[in-house]
Design a protein around this ligand. Structure first.
Ligand SMILES: *Cc1c(COP(=O)(O)O)cnc(C)c1O
Length: 384
């Protein structure tokens, strides 16, 4: 069984380089203004990296004691993995799940007064649901929306709810990754609105505890803004909130996606490759078959667009990416053999392909590439 498993790992796998994760975390922390603590955003299975693969590094090497996830299932999974630190759910949790929030000691984002009231109502007797209040300052996603006085009125009512413990106030920035003048102003206005709300609450002697709004882009491009927590996600994983804009620090992608060559065939010119006959060889071509496809989360949209790395060299994908396999042209690469490692993104010798660069080819973001690597792909932790 063990041998069989080892063999199956040779099909397609994701290497998770925790030494890079640690260095990225140190660099992100160094970007934060004094007094701002880092909240490690590990939603969506740690942005696809495998929560079990990254957690020991985050807790033991990075000293993480604040985590953010998207939902209750992810939060409970963290507790079951032994996380003792604070866990904030950034998204909606139905009020009927208030007992689980209490049982697992999880902090819930509150979307509006009705959500808060229902959570308080559903809370087991004698307990309190811990929460951070979301304010919508311009994202038009969850949170209290309106004039500052209106939001403050709602918060005043929320803090009086009997079974709710309000421990924070936060907002989410929608264009902190842009360097356009109007977007910078928009971000500053979002931050200022939250700050003004905080001042208004202070005037009313309403205590909300923690105060946060920075995401990765905020931490990178708005370094003077401060709360007391920063919710850093994508930069931990070594990717960029906006790959068109340079980051103030150099980060290392934590995930590498690899596969292997299963067959090589030499074909003459004029031969069609893969579904739909979208690619026809123009010369005698060495075609290598690679054991990864869109069911592994490698986007089919990359058909005919992306390259991979084999033996330290770039090889183009030819024809359509299939569900479980794809074909590459290795004519110009010396000595390619069955079993050779193929790097879909990651490093091979001096060459690198990043999830961000693949994302650019198909009009998306690196976030979607790493989050999309499917459960079929084993995550292998690589240290050092
Ligand atoms: C996902 C998320 C973050 C982290 O964003 P990054 O761009 O990955 O740093 C922070 N805050 C909220 C509310 C989020 O949903």
């Amino acid at each position: 069984m063990q041998n069989f498993k080892k063999e199956s790992l040779r099909r397609a796998w994701a290497e998770i380089h925790t030494d890079r994760l640690k260095r990225n975390a140190e660099k992100c922390r160094a970007l934060l203004p004094e007094g701002v603590e880092m909240m490690f955003v590990v939603k969506a299975n740690g942005y696809g990296h495998g929560i079990g693969n990254i957690l020991p590094c985050l807790e033991n090497d990075c000293g993480a004691d604040w985590f953010a996830v998207s939902n209750l299932v992810e939060a409970i999974e963290l507790r079951e993995l032994g996380v003792a630190g604070e866990i904030l759910i950034l998204g909606y949790t139905p009020p009927k799940n208030a007992p689980e929030l209490v049982e697992y000691d999880i902090i819930q984002a509150v979307t509006d007064f009705d959500h808060a009231a229902a959570l308080s109502r559903e809370c087991p007797v004698g307990e309190k649901v811990r929460c951070h209040i979301a304010a919508d300052t311009g994202m038009t996603r969850i949170g209290l929306r309106g004039e500052i006085s209106e939001i403050a009125d709602s918060i005043e009512k929320i803090v009086k709810l009997p079974s709710l413990s309000v421990e924070g106030l936060f907002t989410h920035l929608s264009v902190a990754d842009s360097d356009a003048e109007s977007d910078i102003e928009y971000t500053e206005a979002q931050i200022e609105k939250l700050a003004e709300l905080k001042r208004e609450l202070n005037r009313r002697m309403v205590i909300v505890g923690h105060f946060h709004f920075l995401n990765s882009a905020g931490a990178a491009y708005h370094p003077n803004a401060r709360g007391d927590l920063a919710r850093v996600g994508i930069m931990l994983y070594g990717l960029s909130p906006n790959s068109a804009l340079p980051l103030p620090v150099s980060l290392e992608p934590v995930m590498e996606l690899k596969s292997a060559v299963s067959q090589i065939k030499k074909v003459e010119a004029g031969i069609d490759v893969s579904y739909g006959r979208t690619f026809t060889t123009k010369r005698e071509t060495s075609v290598a078959v690679v054991t990864i496809g869109y069911a592994d989360g490698y986007p089919r949209l990359l058909s005919g667009k992306a390259e991979v790395l084999v033996r330290g060299k770039h090889a183009p994908i030819i024809g359509r990416v299939c569900m479980d396999q794809l074909m590459i042209d290795v004519t110009d690469i010396e000595g390619v053999a069955v079993g050779d490692v193929v790097t879909l993104f990651g490093t091979d010798g001096d060459e690198i392909i990043t999830a961000d660069s693949l994302a650019e080819l198909i009009g998306t973001i690196g976030y979607e590439i790493v989050c999309g690597i499917s459960p079929r792909v084993p995550r292998i932790t690589v240290e050092g």
